[in-house]
Write a protein that binds this ligand. Structure first.
Ligand code: AMP
Length: 401
């Protein structure tokens, strides 16, 4: 038995979960938030301890120190040497990584090279890696990429219809994201709902504040909705998803804003937030307003459901059918209203029958929400990206990565 820690370092946060492997048992977890501030937040749960502290945490190194001190003082580990592997989530692996990799100098250089593709996350991942590496120099480190699962896409699924110089010289193409989650949902779906059958067609909907869909054939990704960056695909909490690119030129002419400003607006002020007239990016608020008859909230919800339904239809065709449709992440796991709104828009064409009672009652829990008559089984599977990171960390320790 070994201990591995799954780490998700953002620009001002570090999420972490310590596992005992291969038992897959979570023995500690928490988050450091507002790194760089005097009133940063440190949360820890492990052993008999559960705490939340507000204190200055000025950089990632200080955050990592607190996490490791808490692991020792709570007795979760008797020495930090017990932590054999640190598994780092990395959002963008570009064309280089089709699976997880040891965090070597070469891996670091590649991630550095990919900063222009992911300026928000990539530098933070490197900060997280260095902070843990300094604190735990004897532990192995690996990088687990959100894009890796999507590297099995074929050219016609990942290329954009743009000048080939853009694709070839600048590697401008679809990479997708949430790959670790989609892969987990596919493995779990095949195991728990499809009797481990070798041939399977699954559509996974990871719908949280970021949202993406994936078409998975025999456990491999054939298409996914996010694009060059997580801005592409379906409508999200604050992101537009796919739009006609001429919107950029037109709105730039109308407002005088440049492409970078508009890109920010498409990322941060669009989606549910934008369509609802700035009401909220959170489906809980949208649902509440919709139930009170708010027109903009209703319009935002309808648009949201329509975009996802359209992708389900597209992937049904891409796969030549589907055995299983999976809902996951914040909205997919928790919102019967949104699940129903989406299913309502595909049920006629795809012969799906929702079991309304199960849809209402099965929140946050794994289970089937379609009737036995439904032509496609529909299931909720709570996602677990950290567990996937822990599994690859264990493989790295075994030397079978
Ligand atoms: P995630 O990014 O996967 O953590 O998902 C977060 C999002 O899930 C929130 O912004 C909400 O839009 C949505 N969400 C979480 N809980 C609920 C709930 N009980 N009902 C509806 N939507 C929810």
């Amino acid at each position: 038995m070994i201990k591995v820690i799954a780490v998700n370092a953002g620009s001002s946060s570090i999420k972490y979960k310590l596992f005992e492997m291969p038992e897959e048992k979570v023995i500690a977890s928490g988050i450091v938030e507002r790194i760089g501030h005097e009133d940063a937040i440190f949360k820890f749960k492990g052993g008999k301890e559960e705490k939340k502290e507000i204190l200055p945490i000025l950089d990632h190194g200080a955050g990592v120190k607190l996490i490791l001190e808490a692991l020792e003082s709570s007795g979760v580990v008797s020495t930090l040497k017990e932590i054999a592997v640190v598994g780092h989530r990395v959002v963008q692996g570009g064309k280089y990584f089709a699976k997880s990799a040891y965090f070597t100098k070469e891996t670091e250089d590649r991630i550095e090279e990919l900063v222009p593709l992911d300026p928000l996350h990539a530098p933070a991942h490197l900060l997280g890696f260095h902070a843990f590496n300094d604190a735990l120099p004897e532990a192995k480190a690996i990088a687990v990429f959100d894009t890796a699962f999507h590297q099995s896409m074929e050219e016609e699924d990942y290329l954009f219809p743009i000048p080939d110089e853009w694709s070839e010289k600048y590697d401008c193409r679809r990479y997708g994201a949430h790959g670790t989650s989609h892969q987990y949902l596919s493995i779990k779906g095949i195991h728990d709902f499809l009797n481990n059958q070798k041939e399977s067609k699954i559509i996974t909907c990871h719908i949280g504040s970021g949202a993406s869909l994936c078409a998975i054939k025999n456990g491999k990704c054939v298409a996914t909705s996010m694009g060059l960056t997580p801005l592409g695909g379906v409508m999200m909490g604050t992101r537009s998803g796919d739009i006609d690119p001429s919107v950029l030129d037109y709105i730039s002419t109308c407002t005088g804003k440049d492409v970078h400003e508009l890109y920010e607006i498409l990322n941060r002020k669009s989606g549910l937030y934008g369509v609802s007239g700035g009401l909220s990016n959170d489906t809980r608020d949208i649902e509440e307003a919709m139930l009170k008859g708010d027109k903009k909230a209703t319009r935002a919800a309808n648009l949201f459901a329509r975009r996802i339904a359209d992708y389900i239809g597209q992937y049904y065709v891409r796969l030549g059918g589907a055995d299983l449709l999976v809902f996951s992440a914040g909205i997919g796991e928790n919102s019967p209203i949104f699940r129903k709104m989406i299913i309502d828009r595909v049920k006629e064409a795809l012969g799906i029958e929702l079991d309304e009672e199960k849809n209402e009652s099965l929140n946050r829990k794994e289970g089937v929400i379609s009737t036995p008559n439904s032509k496609i089984m529909v299931a909720i599977i709570p996602t677990d990206e950290e567990l996937m990171i822990a599994r690859d960390s264990y493989k790295a320790w075994e030397g079978t990565l």
